[in-house]
Design a protein around this ligand. Structure first.
Ligand code: ZN
Length: 110
């Protein structure tokens, strides 16, 4: 992912609307590009800061952004594990079907 694409996707990420492969690429770019991290930081401050000033609530946005990034990492990790479980289940299903077909085939021959 290039910086231009990352910056284009920041609003989606802030709205929790970034999913699929792009989500991983976004996180990877965030970890490896300090300029884009800075841009994300600024956009987060503008978005959340404006909302908070209107509501008058106190805030620590640096901490909140760090927490949001961590939540996101956890979310992707959980989804990764779930995907792996689904993959294993599929493999087991396919193996079971092949096994049953072999049994049926052998019964037909003898
Ligand atoms: Zn970048």
């Amino acid at each position: 992912m290039r910086c231009k694409e990352f910056i284009r996707l920041i609003p989606d990420w802030l709205d929790d609307a970034l999913v699929g492969k792009q989500a991983y690429k976004f996180l990877y770019h965030m970890d490896h590009c300090s300029e884009c991290r800075e841009e994300l930081h600024i956009q987060f401050l503008v978005k959340e800061g404006t909302a908070r000033l209107e509501s008058g609530a106190g805030f620590n946005l640096d901490k909140e952004l760090a927490a949001k990034v961590e939540d996101y990492r956890r979310f992707l990790r959980r989804r990764d594990i779930l995907n792996r479980i689904v993959y294993v289940m599929e493999a087991i299903s396919v193996a079971a079907i092949i096994f049953i077909l072999v049994l049926v085939f052998m019964k037909m021959r003898f």
